[in-house]
Design a binder for this molecule. Structure first.
Ligand SMILES: [Zn+2]
Length: 264
């Protein structure tokens, strides 16, 4: 047998896995005394990979319905899902390390419930761990099968992971991306962007983070046309973006689309 020794435990406001939002919540990892020396130097890392143990999860079956995404979806193999049900219920979360206080690691977000054992922590390296052009079925399922608020939360996460700041502008980008993907009936991963040279750079970053369009993959080009964004799949649509309100991302989500942009 393999000998697995927890190195710490999760402190979270969420006590039941059914209450855990897909995006996770801020949490604290309390590292046990005998492993404290292993934290030496960790405060220099902005992000860490946390490997935890879903101690309340079932280990069977191998086919699971991704209920949190949509209970109507078909069953899929557990190795193509992030479901806690798996033969070895290990969790893997890349998360932001916001503060270190002795044995306490403050992280945001984490999708492990209160009391979950942590089995390992490794530094997250964007050069090694972030494969920008990766395609995955999981995020495609989210954007196709969840309600608008959950899809926007997912798009905001992708924009934030690229941009590095959860500002109102990337929430505007998420709202436009959502509208464009719905209108063009295409995934943002398949849509090309044409951004005005005078684009709000935060909105531009958000759209690149969501679409994975780059200059190199020829899905990102620039236009001299001031203020107008083009999105192209089988067809094209154009948007004019209004001045970005000076609000936090979650407040921007409360605004109606026509307060933020117009489809031309
Ligand atoms: Zn920003």
């Amino acid at each position: 047998m393999y000998d697995l020794k927890p190195i710490g435990i999760v402190q979270s406001a969420i006590k039941r896995s059914g209450d855990m939002p897909l995006q996770g919540v801020p949490a604290v990892i309390k590292v046990f005394d005998e492993f404290l020396e292993g934290l030496t130097g960790i405060e220099g890392d902005s992000h860490i990979n946390v490997i935890g143990w879903f101690n309340k999860a079932e280990r069977v079956p191998l086919m699971v319905r991704p209920r949190k995404i949509n209970p109507k979806l078909e069953e899929r193999g557990v190795f193509s899902l992030r479901s806690p049900t798996r033969p070895n219920p290990l969790s893997l979360s890349a998360t932001r390390l916001t503060k270190v206080e002795g044995p306490l690691l403050y992280v945001e977000p984490l999708d492990l419930i209160d009391g979950s054992p942590i089995v390992d922590i490794k530094p997250y390296s964007s050069g090694w761990d972030a494969i920008f052009w990766a395609r995955d079925v999981h995020s495609a399922l989210i954007t196709r099968h969840m309600v608008q608020a959950d899809v926007l939360a997912e798009l905001l996460r992708e924009a934030y992971n690229f941009h590095g700041e959860k500002c109102g502008a990337i929430a505007v980008a998420a709202k436009i991306a959502y509208d464009a993907a719905q209108t063009l009936e295409a995934s943002m991963r398949d849509i090309s962007l044409r951004l005005p040279r005078n684009v709000n750079t935060h909105v531009g970053d958000g759209l690149v983070g969501i679409s994975k369009a780059t200059i190199g993959n020829v899905r990102l080009t620039f236009s001299e046309d001031p203020d107008v964004l083009f999105f192209t799949a089988a067809q094209s649509i154009r948007y004019r973006v209004f001045d970005v309100p000076n609000l936090e991302a979650h407040r921007v989500f409360e605004l109606s689309p026509d307060e933020l942009f117009e489809r031309l």
